[in-house]
Write a protein that binds this ligand. Structure first.
Ligand SMILES: Cc1cc2nc3c(=O)[nH]c(=O)nc-3n(C[C@H](O)[C@H](O)[C@H](O)COP(=O)(O)OP(=O)(O)OC[C@H]3O[C@@H](n4cnc5c(N)ncnc54)[C@H](O)[C@@H]3O)c2cc1C
Length: 468
């Protein structure tokens, strides 16, 4: 890999998600000319807050996970963006749809804490025992067998652990590499962490201040020549610059929706192909009032009747002080309930689940929304992970400069915090800094982040949980 050639006169950033906006804002502060080309008619990408009948709802990322020491917490504090506690574990209830009963407090704790912590504590040991090709599902099965769990308890443990593994990977547990399942850098504080008040748009809007963003500009080709780069739009428009930072999601790169000329280096393309980019969708229902409070309920874990399905987490946004919204998080295996049908049917399905939980028909929602990140041509999934055959160094490889004028950024271009919004943010800053530090021959070494990467295995207090 080569470094970046100077001079950096004008940077064309493709994508106005948090990575692209962080890169643009860093360049602008340094006085480097910069334009951001965004395919959609809005900024924010996978950080997208809507008003659902007056309640802010984040359709993509919502938490700042592990907020202590997290660079997004620092950003919020510096810019006066309030953060509210977003830990759901204190007020969690659970319902088993097969047994048609609410679980008592001890049972909720058993599945979501005791067995869960025990599992994540032995993930390393299981990885050593089961070998490099083992998957998250292999680990769950071995754990259940080792603990001698049977019957309904085994089923619920499997369902909860599948939810946690699928939330971590945004993919099926049998398509997640056990070896890398808990790889990455963790900060301190609760995994659910904080919620930017009024949603992630509070962060995005501040980050975008003064950025020159061109909306409705889908880039279809990025050409790198000896004297500069050209980003060509679907409408034939051309934006020229000295360098490009392309922040489109891994799912878009996998589809080949952007043609690179010259093509991405072979190893980079192999990494794009090998890394995983699965699914995670949400169904949010806004009600006239938070009727579930009358039943003494708040956040819910719902164990499905089908034992091969993961548990579904339903978050009570009223419990977070936002408004009377229940938001169901559907990890990969459950996503057909949102994706493979019209939104109204997805809402009906969730209403049926809630009727089971409450033992009666629940009031009609006043507004609803169903996401389809996997079908969205500018996302094509949720976030990146390592399936069997991939490894974290591939994510770092995606962050290396190419053809002396081209950089990728985004959550998928670094291994320390892949999948996370803060990882995307830092990747954008890093790409901007590489452009600003240009000097042929010095960048290749400064780029190597491997020394920064650390393997923090299976610390139950810091691992990911549903909602990651
Ligand atoms: C359901 C869900 C829940 C999540 N929950 C959390 C959470 O709670 N906490 C957390 O930290 N992370 C969470 N994440 C992950 C987080 O949202 C992402 O890691 C982060 O937002 C990625 O930012 P990015 O800038 O890399 O990519 P994006 O936000 O996807 O930005 C890329 C931009 O590129 C644009 N684009 C794509 N193609 C083109 C093109 N051809 N031309 C021009 N522009 C283009 C897109 O429209 C988009 O605006 C969640 C994600 C999902 C989907």
């Amino acid at each position: 890999m080569s470094g970046i050639i100077d001079p950096v006169e004008r940077v064309v950033v493709v994508g106005a998600g948090i990575a692209g906006l962080a890169a643009a804002s860093r360049l602008q502060r340094a006085g480097v000319s910069c334009v951001v080309l965004e395919a959609r008619d809005r900024i924010g990408g996978r950080l997208h807050t809507i008003d659902l009948a007056g309640t802010p709802v984040d359709l993509g990322g919502s938490w700042i996970h592990h907020p202590i020491g997290n660079p997004l917490s620092a950003f919020c504090d510096e810019r006066g963006i309030a953060r509210d506690p977003g830990d759901a574990t204190m007020s969690l209830s659970a319902y088993d749809r097969l047994e048609r009963r609410r679980l008592d407090h001890g049972e909720v704790e058993k599945y979501t804490q005791v067995e869960s912590d025990a599992f994540w504590n032995v993930v390393d040991a299981l990885s050593d025992r089961l070998g490099p090709d083992a998957t998250g599902l292999d680990a769950i099965e071995a754990f259940v067998a080792d603990r001698g769990l049977t019957g309904a308890i085994a089923r619920r443990v499997r369902q909860e652990l599948r939810a946690e593994v699928e939330a971590d990977a945004a993919d099926r547990a049998d398509n997640d590499s056990l070896r890398w399942m808990s790889f990455g850098e963790e900060f301190d504080g609760p995994v659910f962490g904080d919620l930017p008040r009024n949603g992630y748009r509070s962060v995005i809007d501040v980050l975008a201040t003064d950025a020159d963003v061109r909306l409705n500009t889908e880039v279809v080709s990025v050409d790198v020549a000896a004297d500069g780069i050209r980003a060509i739009g679907a409408d034939g428009s051309v934006e020229a610059g000295s360098h490009a930072i392309v922040t489109v999601p891994l799912g878009v790169l996998k589809r080949g929706s952007i043609r690179f000329d010259p093509p991405l280096p072979t190893l980079t393309q192999r990494a794009v192909d090998a890394l995983g980019f699965g699914r995670y969708e949400k169904i949010a229902l806004c009600f006239e009032s938070a009727f579930w409070r009358d039943d003494g309920l708040s956040h819910l874990v719902v164990f499905p009747p089908d034992e091969d399905e993961p548990a579904m987490w339903v978050f009570d946004l009223d419990g977070f002080g936002a408004g009377p919204v229940l938001c169901a998080h559907l990890f990969h295996t459950l996503t057909p309930y949102a994706l493979a049908r019209p939104p109204a049917q997805a809402v009906d399905w969730l209403m049926g689940v809630l009727a089971d939980v409450f033992g009666r028909a629940v009031p009609d929602p006043v507004a609803s929304v169903v996401t389809a990140w996997a079908d969205d041509p500018f996302t094509r999934g949720a976030y990146s992970h390592c399936p069997p055959g991939a490894e974290p160094s591939m994510l770092d490889l995606l962050g290396e400069p190419m053809h002396r004028r081209l950089l990728l950024a985004g959550e998928h271009t670094q291994s320390a915090r892949y999948g996370y919004a803060d990882g995307a943010y830092v990747s954008g800053l890093r790409a901007a800094e590489i452009c600003m530090r240009v000097a042929i021959g010095t960048e290749s070494t400064t780029l190597r982040q491997k020394s920064r990467m650390k393997e923090t295995r299976a610390d139950p207090s810091s691992r990911r949980r549903p909602g990651d």
